[in-house]
Ligand binder design. Structure first.
Ligand code: UDX
Ligand code: ADP
Length: 458
């Protein structure tokens, strides 16, 4: 079966970049990305894309209006498509059964109902959003019970792109994973999706599995990555006590080829839309199957992640108290990592909240995040949050003399490359830098005169 028309429901961090690359590599396929959020669609149709991702604008400009379209006309594009990607958000449930752990599937379920209602011809439905294992069963049920005159094949094709490097990850993926049913129709559907990817991905990098393996692999790949970060972060505290240096330890561990050197960078804690949500999901699934030890094992990764954020916040609060400083700090960075404007679960949100609760007034700067987002993030985790607790600054270094305390929250290159020597004389004394990402050269910064606090070093 040759796919001619794709519809992707959800124009977010996953749907937008993924469809741009699929459209670029398959000029004969018409790709319509739809979303209920009209502001987002308008932004996708402008030069100010709603997602900041290096290299994305170039690909969008190249394909938009040719075979890539962004629209709010969800029903029309569902109707026309022979393949539909579901890329809607699946946040952690905030109420009901599984509250705080299970994924909220209401957006996925509403898509499935809409697809069932609109469809008049056979369609392949691709789960792109990260979902709990066996979600495809649920989608299947909804589709088939609401529309028995059309054949729906469900595939799982989880996205492994990391934000900030999405375009590279999409163009040269380590692997593309496609799960489908082991029936003749299921195999045909898998083949149709394989064909789309083979336009640019070598066939040996395309892995086909059953639906459940595909769903579970995505969750657990993220859990493994997060586990490495929590492992190294737990050691950072041990290093501070013993005098070992985490950067040296991490290098030594990573040079073991069986372990490898990526994802061993200590930080103030991992953020992003996936890691926490996926681990909570894994914990929930394990618990609901009575596997309490398995659940506890994975939950510990989140406990360490919160601990890392909390202990970093405490270091700043203790420093203010011990040195009788004015309770004021500059936070550099708000995004959960560099090269993205995404702030979901960013460690900066939690640290800022701890500081606000500790009576510190904070100024915040991020090169790609908007002020309104900062207020939204803080009011989401703290019902008592008042806008006046933080001040968003555009040019943090122009009023640098206001601060004793500067804390680096995101590893943006501009913070690393900044001429710190130049500002030292202007800054209030004593001057403290808390490097939540260990991006600065500790010796150089200390030599200039700053009191330097990195993680896992003294
Ligand atoms: C992750 C997975 O990498 C990706 O495969 C999946 O599709 C979605 O989830 P993402 O959340 O976009 O991607 O970013 P990632 O690069 O994994 O970083 C997640 C968090 O971990 C960030 O806050 C990052 O700063 C932090 N991190 C990463 C560390 O603290 N140390 C590291 O060594 C690596
Ligand atoms: P992700 O990081 O998974 O891409 P985002 O939140 O960035 O998550 O994007 C998900 C998008 O899905 C949002 O823009 C949201 O408006 C959209 N969405 C959610 N439900 C529907 C729906 N039923 N129809 C169309 N779009 C939807």
């Amino acid at each position: 079966m040759k796919i001619k028309n794709i519809c992707c429901i959800g124009a977010g961090y996953v749907g937008g970049p993924t469809m741009s690359v699929i459209a670029q590599k398959n000029p004969k396929i018409k790709v319509n990305v739809v979303d209920i959020n009209s502001d987002k669609i308008a932004a996708w149709n402008s030069k100010n894309l709603p997602v900041y991702e290096p290299g994305l604008l170039k690909v969008v400009k190249e394909t938009r209006g040719k075979n890539l379209f962004f629209s709010t006309n969800v029903n029309q594009h569902i109707y026309e498509a022979d393949m539909i990607f579901i890329s809607v958000n699946t946040p952690t449930k905030t109420s009901g059964e599984g509250k705080g752990y299970a994924a909220d599937l209401r957006y996925i379920e509403s898509c499935a109902k809409q697809i069932a209602k609109i469809s008049k011809n056979n369609k392949i439905i691709v789960e792109k959003s990260t979902v709990p294992v066996r979600t495809s069963e649920k989608i299947k049920e909804i589709l088939r019970s609401n529309n028995s005159s059309v054949d729906f094949q469900i595939l799982s094709n989880p996205e492994f792109l990391a934000e900030g490097t999405a375009m590279r990850d999409l163009e040269i993926p380590d692997r593309v994973l496609i799960g489908g049913d082991n029936t003749p129709e299921g195999k045909k559907a898998v083949e149709a999706l394989v064909e789309i990817y083979t336009s640019w991905v070598p066939i040996e990098n395309i892995l086909t599995t059953n639906l459940w393996s595909s769903e579970l692999s995505k969750l657990t790949a993220n859990a493994f990555l997060a586990q490495r970060i929590s492992s190294i972060n737990s050691l950072s505290e041990l290093c501070e006590e013993t005098g070992a240096d985490i950067e040296e330890v991490s290098k030594a561990i990573g040079m073991d080829s069986r372990i490898g050197n990526s994802f061993l960078k200590t930080s103030v804690g991992f953020g992003g839309s996936c890691f926490q949500k996926d681990i909570l999901n894994l914990v929930y699934i394990s618990k609901s199957m009575g596997l309490n030890q398995v659940a506890d094992y994975w939950e510990q990764i989140l406990i360490i992640n919160k601990h890392q954020r909390d202990r970093f916040s405490k270091k700043i609060l203790n420093c203010i108290a011990k040195n009788y400083l004015e309770p004021k700090a500059l936070l550099l960075g708000w995004a959960f990592k560099k090269n993205t404007n995404d702030t979901r679960e960013s460690a900066a949100i939690y640290v800022a909240n701890n500081l606000i609760n500790g009576g510190v007034s904070i100024d915040i700067y991020d090169p790609k995040v908007k002020e309104s987002q900062v207020h939204r993030d803080l009011s989401f985790i703290n019902v008592n949050y008042k806008k006046s607790s933080v001040n968003f600054v555009d040019k943090p270094f122009s009023n640098i003399s206001d601060y004793n305390i500067i804390s680096i929250m995101t590893e943006w290159d501009e913070f690393k490359d900044f001429d710190w020597e130049n500002v030292y004389t202007k800054i209030k004394k004593p001057a403290f830098i808390f490097d939540g990402r260990n991006i600065l050269n500790m010796n150089k910064i200390s030599k200039i005169g700053f009191n330097y606090f990195g993680l896992g070093r003294r």
